[in-house]
Design a protein around this ligand. Sequence first.
Ligand SMILES: [Zn+2]
Ligand SMILES: [Zn+2]
Length: 216
Amino acid sequence: MKKKSIQSMTAEKILSSEDFQRCIGFHGHICPGLAIGFQAARVLMRWIGVERSPDEELVATVETDACGADAIQVMTGCTFGKGNFIFKNHGKHAFSLSDRKQGKTVRVCLRPDALPNHSQHLSLFEKVRNEQATAEEIKLFKQLREERLQNILDAEPESLFTIEEISADIPPQARITESEVCERCGEPTMINHLQKVEAQNVCIPCARRLFESKPR
Ligand SMILES: [Zn+2]
Ligand SMILES: [Zn+2]
């Protein structure tokens, strides 16, 4: 798979761009993780050859619940509430984008050597979080964090990730939204989330409670 690389943008340019500002607005703060997600989204959209998804023709999959996932939602237009944003809890800076029309999926994963000073940054982060860092260490941590952000945004986006086209099961677009009342708690529940337990149609938490209360 060959593609012309993304036109490089300096960190300064990205920081003042409307796209990145929208990511910060949605996420609530600026951080290196958000920048990783931003760059990942640029690569994915470039390789798939699409613009932002107004409806459901794109599907994004994130393998982390860290900051970067928010930039993916803003940039691709795939959101949790639209059902075209899938979370797999793998703890990796890995993101995929599928286009239903083309039946094509591209996955990117942050390279292990993408960012310098990673171990130092991590050990300091641990100290800062546990409130064991000295004033000096806090200062150094902030400096490293700032450097990381700059490095990510200044990098050629494609140099940060391994990029591959993968075959993925793209989930169907149609979702059943009709609801029926759970026969135990009385709460309206999507019918495809109801299950039959002891001749009653019950929701997932009620089914769990029923199983747990059974003598073993
Ligand atoms: Zn963040
Ligand atoms: Zn229920």
